[in-house]
Design a protein around this ligand. Structure first.
Ligand code: PLP
Length: 345
């Protein structure tokens, strides 16, 4: 990837690129869509990270008064973009008792005549959950029935920590309008390169006009980083041999994390099945943001408070990123256990 970007810079690919992305990258993304089993691709485009894909796709879809179903807990980018657009939150719960799968009854209850779409983050940030095929099929059925666009944020799709394969939403719902998000930040460990993409699939008659809205927004911001786009083809089509190594390390760090959570008083955790996040529940008599702030001040260990992602009333959580090595994690976990033991006797 580095060689390809370096070569692109040396070859003078330093001007603006086509707004939707360079051809070799678009071809490689189409190839990736096919490998993910997405058979009804209508368009693909490259963006400045998935962050920009989310911004453009939500902006192109939503008008004042519309609403969009987003998960709770939620990766906060979605609520931030909705706040920018002046669109209120319509959050559906992920069910902790069911391994953090989307709560389908809650989704059904929350669909309104102005609901235009649903966001599905799979594998999930912050819970590390991965959706089952049955869940995906039921969400597809709801989208079909209520004319919803599904935003399938699959940026962690190669970081599955169990033996089962990741199932792409768009592969189980070829007829439904789906925008699948992917990028180099997580699977290819290059978040600073700011390269993401969108894959628009579904019935062409339904998605055509919406896709034209996305294309207009893509044109208005000129293009994504040009030389970095040359990394997409070698990333997606080159050797993938870093992935078994990454998954092996993450699995071992996940196991250490879950073992610590479930053997520490006041802490319990659903085992993450993908990505590199754990979202333990914590039973404490004060707010989780106070817990997190005091933990940083007293022990210099940083986690993120559950209330920053949203959670069911009456529950408290914190998010762990288990990217550091086992030694570092063990030191941090020991410090958190000490903090809990002394603060909440
Ligand atoms: N989507 C999810 C679920 C994420 O967790 C993140 C980053 O943490 C992003 C999108 C942002 O990705 P990018 O670096 O491609 O903007």
């Amino acid at each position: 990837m580095i060689e390809a970007v370096y070569k692109a810079m040396r070859d003078g690919k330093n001007g603006y690129a086509p707004s939707s992305g360079i051809k070799p990258a678009l071809d490689a993304i189409r190839g990736e869509a096919a490998r993910k089993g997405i058979s009804t691709v209508q368009d693909v485009f490259v963006t400045t990270g998935v962050s920009e894909t989310v911004d453009l796709c939500l902006t192109a879809l939503l008008n004042p008064g519309d609403d969009l179903l987003t998960p709770c807990p939620d990766y906060p980018l979605y609520s931030a973009v909705l706040a920018k657009l002046g669109i209120g939150l319509n959050a559906y719960y992920l069910n902790e008792e069911d391994g953090w799968q989307p709560d389908l009854d809650d989704i059904k209850r929350k669909i309104t005549p102005r609901t235009r779409g649903i966001v599905l983050i799979n594998p999930n940030n912050p819970t590390g959950s991965v959706c089952s095929r049955a869940t995906l099929e039921q969400i597809a059925e709801l989208a079909r029935r209520h004319n919803l666009v599904v935003f399938a944020d699959e940026i962690y799709d190669k970081l599955i920590l169990e033996d089962d394969e990741h199932i792409a939403m768009a592969s189980v719902a070829p007829d439904v309008p789906v925008v699948t998000f992917g990028g180099l930040s997580k699977n290819y460990l290059a978040p600073g390169w700011r390269i993401g993409w969108g894959i628009v699939s579904g019935d062409p008659a339904v998605v055509k006009q919406y896709d034209e809205g996305i294309q207009r927004l893509l044109r208005s911001r000129l293009c994504a980083n040009h030389p970095e786009q040359y990394a997409i083809k070698p990333a997606l089509e080159g050797p993938q041999d870093h992935l078994p190594e990454v998954r092996k390390k993450l699995r071992s760090r996940r196991d250490l994390t879950v073992q610590w959570c479930n053997s520490t008083p006041r802490v319990s955790c659903v085992s993450p099945r993908g990505a590199f996040y754990a979202y333990p529940r914590i039973d404490i008599p004060e707010r989780d943001d106070v817990f997190v702030k005091e933990l940083i001040l007293q022990k210099h260990v940083m986690v993120v408070h559950g209330s920053g992602f949203g959670q069911k009333p009456g529950t408290k959580h914190f998010r762990i990123v288990f990217l550091p090595d086992e030694k570092t994690l063990s030191i941090a976990y020991e410090a958190i256990a000490e903090f809990i033991g002394s603060r909440y006797r």
